[in-house]
Design a protein around this ligand. Structure first.
Ligand code: FAD
Length: 397
């Protein structure tokens, strides 16, 4: 009989973990609070598989830069201090992590995980025939508006051998959609990829169901643990109990609410927003993914839609779509790539990045001998999902 693993959370991390476990021949119960899969943060993210742009946000000088942003009207960053010790602890730990040596160490570790993730997704696509999620290797262009930022970008390449530094004319030759854009240069990374995270999750779920090894338990919030000493025996699902052998917690930004005594989960939600605008024959949409470096806005073409994602709001657990932030995104996107898509008909969305102060996810065991963690992927969950899932599955396989 196959040994059973219970995965808590049906976002991209939980689904990729479940898929990797089933690939190892293990049986899986995936328990998801909501009525549908990938309907929280994995629903309409930026779509970038940004394998070589994984340097954490926490770096030397960032607290000062952040203060500057907070004083701007239309800033990519918004902070609302709350009477919440979890928020203060997270901010203090973030400031402590803003050191160049810490940033470089975490960036190197994340790059290794990201490249492993790219190779894992390639295997799932090629060996298992996984498709139908708007995947393309279209390359990523980080574009700069000022000479200072351009110089900084050139000096901080994580994989210089596979990245090209381009001037303004070369940018427009590479991507005709940038004809009206105010960029003076950029860094192009041809091996970067793009895909629709929600559709990817749907494809994984179909495969999991077809495997005969996975039960998807939807609309079943985990409300507590039944444990004896350092072992978990069952999960509480309201008034019911689900017996477990081994458990992996992948509940995204909600994970701290499920922490067991002795488990440290320094995760805080960093809210962001996206627009998904239709592309018709009259539009000139970019083929490569574009990051507007100074404004911290990413643009990705997903088949006949343009996904625009941006903003970091550190304001607690408020999941609502803030009309002012979306208005600002509409304006900035319309100004930078005016002909790229029909912004008037864009679908608006907000999601909560499950962020650790250092930017690195938490993958591995806990003080409880049958409980593992795969969470805290912040702004890179889609990029890191396949590699994180496979690493975890190997620990359990
Ligand atoms: C605006 C924006 C843009 C982004 N762009 C990118 C990008 O371009 N590339 C990239 O790699 N990443 C991007 N990200 C980050 C990425 O979306 C996240 O890192 C990723 O979706 C996190 O996945 P997750 O599975 O950990 O969390 P989620 O998708 O939130 O899934 C967690 C699941 O756990 C469930 N759950 C919670 N509590 C319980 C419970 N008690 N019982 C059962 N189930 C529970 C939730 O309902 C949810 O379905 C972006 C994020 C945002 C907000």
């Amino acid at each position: 009989m196959n040994r059973r693993v219970t995965v808590i959370g049906g976002g991209v991390i939980g689904l990729a973990t479940a898929y990797a476990l089933v690939r190892e021949g293990l049986a899986v119960d995936l328990v998801e609070a909501r009525g549908s899969l990938a309907s929280a943060t994995s629903f309409a993210n930026g779509g970038q598989l940004s394998y070589r742009y994984v340097a954490p946000l926490a770096d030397a000088g960032v607290p000062w830069q952040a203060l500057g942003w907070l004083l701007q009207g239309e800033s990519p960053l918004r902070l609302r201090m709350r009477l919440d010790p979890a928020q203060w602890r997270w901010l203090a730990a973030f400031v402590m992590a803003c050191r160049h040596t810490v940033n470089r160490r975490n960036a190197a570790w994340l790059l290794e995980l990201a490249l492993h993730s790219q190779a894992t997704l390639a295997r799932w696509r090629e060996d298992d025939g996984l498709q139908g999620f708007a995947w393309r290797r279209n390359g990523k262009l980080v574009a700069f508006r000022t000479a200072r930022a351009f110089a900084h970008g050139r000096e901080h390449l994580l994989e210089p051998d596979s990245q090209q530094v381009l001037g303004a004319a070369e940018l427009q030759a590479l991507e005709p959609a940038l004809a009206d854009a105010p960029f003076i240069g950029g860094v192009f990374t041809p091996d970067e990829e793009v895909a629709d995270c929600h559709r990817f999750c749907q494809r994984l779920a179909e495969r999991l169901q077809a495997s005969g090894l996975c039960r998807l338990l939807l609309g079943r919030p985990v409300t507590g643990w039944v444990r004896r000493d350092d072992e978990v025996l069952a999960l509480e699902l309201g008034s019911e109990q689900l017996d477990v052998e081994r458990v992996v917690l992948c509940a995204g930004y909600r994970s701290p609410g499920l922490a067991l005594p002795g488990m440290k989960l320094p995760i805080y939600p960093l809210k962001g927003y996206s627009l998904t605008a239709p592309i018709t024959a009259e539009h000139l949409a970019p083929q490569v993914s574009i990051t507007d470096y100074e404004r911290k806005i990413v643009y990705a073409r997903l088949d006949q839609q343009l996904r625009v994602a941006a903003m970091v709001d550190i304001i607690g657990f408020d999941e609502s779509v803030d009309a002012r932030r979306l208005r600002s995104m509409h304006r900035l996107a319309g100004e930078t790539l005016p002909r790229a898509a029909d912004y008037e008909r864009a679908v608006e969305w907000a999601g909560m990045r499950p962020a650790t102060p250092t930017g690195g996810p938490i993958i591995g065991g806990t003080p409880y001998r049958n409980v593992w963690l795969n969470l805290g992927h912040g702004a890179l969950g889609f990029t890191l999902a396949c590699g994180s899932g496979e690493r975890l599955a190997r620990m359990l396989g």
